[in-house]
Design a protein around this ligand. Structure first.
Ligand SMILES: *Cc1c(COP(=O)(O)O)cnc(C)c1O
Length: 228
């Protein structure tokens, strides 16, 4: 593909995705491995939230792109938290007390409040990040007491499959966790966001209640190195 057709197609892709989203569902453009120029093109076409998996990439992109919100959607290492809380408006992948504690500590130092989602390992896959569904209520109760951290919802990936129907039960599971936490009305916790669904699965995710979808490939094309 030459660069001209690639450039015009990012804008077209964004418009196609946005036109197809129901009211109340927001798009996170998953931008890992993409250049600031590619991200800019997506923003010009209407993207309002950028999702980044890597702190370093976000820092470079943020230096050239304004007027959007930045969500961290990768696995956050503790030694990157200090930088991350300066760069991001939301961290979607909180899955441990230790990580939440570090975010809290750094945010208190900056007099900032970080919105976070709890990442649920809805497929209970040993090798995946995220907290098992049954452990979410206790984690939420503990984190809700930390200053500088505000729980806003649930995020899940689910086991990857080319068939979106394979994802449905995992999205249902994350939805149940979301409803359970909402119903328990933990003080300080505002359950508003259910982040699930990627390029191949976001339509199913929306059917199952997602109101935040994270889409990379459908916007930017196939990744050269797969990303993660
Ligand atoms: C890469 C990524 C996505 C987007 O995946 P696509 O299949 O390219 O749409 C969504 N969520 C997370 C956490 C990702 O790392």
């Amino acid at each position: 593909m030459n660069s001209a057709s690639r450039r015009s197609s990012i804008a077209d892709n964004v418009r196609t995705v946005l036109d197809g989203l129901p009211d109340g569902v927001e798009l996170v453009a998953a931008a890992k491995t993409r250049s600031p120029e590619e991200i800019k093109e997506a923003v010009a076409a209407g993207v309002r939230i950028i999702g980044e998996n890597y702190v370093q990439e976000a820092e470079e992109a943020k230096a050239c792109i304004g007027g959007v919100r930045w969500h961290f959607i990768g696995h956050l290492q503790k030694n990157k938290v200090k930088k991350a809380v300066q760069l991001f408006d939301m961290i979607e992948t909180v899955d441990s007390i230790g990580l939440a504690e570090e975010i809290s500590k750094r945010c208190v130092q900056l007099a900032k409040e970080m919105s976070v989602l709890i990442e649920v390992n809805s497929g209970k896959e040993e090798q995946k990040f995220g907290v098992f569904p049954g452990d979410v209520p206790e984690l939420v109760r503990k984190i809700s007491c930390f200053p500088g951290v505000k729980i806003m919802g649930i995020m899940t990936m689910g086991p990857f499959s080319n068939d979106p129907e394979v994802s449905r039960p995992y999205f249902k599971c994350a939805r149940r966790v979301f409803e359970e936490i909402s119903a328990s009305s933990v003080p300080g916790v505002e359950m508003k966001l259910l982040s699930m669904g990627m390029t191949n699965s976001y339509r199913v995710a929306i059917e199952e209640g997602a109101n935040l979808v994270r889409i990379g490939t459908k916007i930017f094309g196939e990744r050269d190195h797969g990303g993660n």
